[in-house]
Design a protein around this ligand. Structure first.
Ligand code: ATP
Ligand code: MG
Length: 401
């Protein structure tokens, strides 16, 4: 076989993260991960996805597949620890050498120092991994006069792997998104406002393997259509990590007007947040959710003191997960910038909380006082009315460009 006629079978190797630690549940997690990967590859063409020994092989089925786009998309799939571009070739030492020379030619020409690292899981291969490294290393050293072997701090590491189906020559390895496959730990409702925090809390819980149903409370005409579009845009950005989502948009205006008309001003925010929790809890139960997620952080605002969180949490039957509770705003902003949600979050549309903010909110509310303050509301009827008016927006992950 002439090396110039050997087509390079460009592919992606994905190393599973925490999934591999899961003992008996490993198969379940692996299936979820493969399923998520297949779904996220769809916009990029036809691929074959196979899992073997904690590595998932993503191979294009034909020349039309967009492997660069697929590689970028795979960087955001939770459950993947590292990603490597690679080419597959025949399990023969000379074919492996020629493939490495062709695939890594650019790097081999420019590097000054290098080493070869081999792994062999196919014990039927006639050389040990050390012998293969020595053979390929020796040949490369001769073929590229610029290269010197350096076992300790080489500029270029040529990675070879001999596995059951084929041998692989690796390109550079990059870090994956980590975490656990979306859906592998259940489903949760995430309260998504247009702010900086809640897109980050949504991302963080998706990273721990939750499929997310975002819920947004919308106060038209106090907040504009643009404010709703902004939240949908944030949710669209999050699909890069969370996958497909159905956003629940809940009309909240009547509830806010009722609170303003019938409750003491110092409790406006806390009662409003309790109404949000009640509705989110109902949506959660309808969708078999195991938890609610919020972007609250201890002490950040009056409605996020310990006492306030106790009062808002008290109306939810589902547990409330607050992944940002111990984080500083700075830390949250850093993540929001990395995710690319920050610039959208700071667009200046009013959110429903700011429109009805009391001048002097109660910062250390007592539950019994809050209950008394909302006694004039027909809570059940308001919850049912809001649920009946909700709108569902389906979002699929977009191609990253
Ligand atoms: P964020 O940046 O997430 O808006 P925030 O600091 O502005 O947070 P609050 O407005 O007090 O905080 O809201 C606390 C949490 O309540 C939010 O992180 C979010 O989970 C939820 N929340 C607030 N407003 C809404 C809304 N309009 N729709 C859905 N959830 C909301
Ligand atoms: Mg907010």
């Amino acid at each position: 076989m002439n090396e110039n006629t050997v087509p390079l079978r460009d592919m992606i190797l994905l190393k599973e993260g925490e999934v591999v630690l899961k003992g008996l549940n490993k198969r379940y997690f692996e299936q979820k991960l493969s399923q998520n990967i297949r779904r996220r590859l769809k916009p990029f063409g036809r691929f074959i996805v196979t899992a073997m020994q904690s590595v998932i092989y993503v191979e294009p089925q034909d020349g039309d597949a967009d492997i660069d786009g697929a590689f970028e998309a795979m960087k955001n799939v939770f459950g993947i620890m590292t990603l490597t571009r690679a080419v597959a070739c025949e399990k023969d030492k000379d074919v492996i050498l020629r493939t490495a020379m062709k695939y890594l030619d650019g790097e081999l020409r420019t590097a000054k120092t290098f080493k070869v690292e081999s792994k062999r899981s196919d014990k039927g291969f006639p050389m040990t991994s050390i012998q293969l490294s020595q053979y390929v290393g020796g040949e490369l050293n001769e073929a590229y006069p610029n290269l010197t072997a350096d076992m300790h701090t080489p500029e270029l590491v040529v990675r070879l792997e001999v596995r059951e189906r084929a041998a692989y020559v690796h390109g550079a390895t990059v870090r994956g998104a980590g975490g656990m496959p979306v859906g592998s730990n259940g489903v949760a409702v995430s309260l998504l406002s247009g702010g900086i925090d809640s897109p980050v809390s949504t991302y963080m819980m998706a990273k721990r393997g939750l499929r997310i149903i975002p819920v947004h409370f919308f106060s038209f005409p106090y907040t504009s259509e643009l404010a709703k579009e902004k939240v949908i845009d944030l949710a669209k950005l999050l699909t890069a990590w969370c996958g497909r989502m159905f956003v629940e948009i809940v009309p909240f205006t009547h509830i806010q007007e009722e609170i303003r008309a019938k409750c003491p001003e110092e409790y406006f925010t806390i009662i409003m947040r309790r109404m949000m929790m009640r509705i989110a809890d109902e949506i959660g139960k309808m969708n078999n959710c195991g938890a609610l997620v919020t972007g609250e952080s201890l002490g950040q605002v009056a409605s996020q003191t310990m006492e306030a969180m106790q009062c808002t949490g008290a109306v939810a039957e589902l547990p409330v997960l607050r992944p940002l509770v111990g984080m500083d705003k700075e830390e949250v902003i850093r993540i929001a910038r990395r995710l690319g949600t920050f610039d959208t979050s700071i667009l200046p549309y009013e959110d429903c909380c700011t429109v009805f903010t009391p001048r002097h909110p109660c910062t250390h509310p007592k539950l019994k006082n809050v209950e008394a303050a909302e006694a004039a509301l027909d809570v059940d009827a308001l919850v049912q009315e809001a649920l009946a008016g909700r709108e569902l927006v389906k979002l699929d992950p977009r191609r990253l460009s």
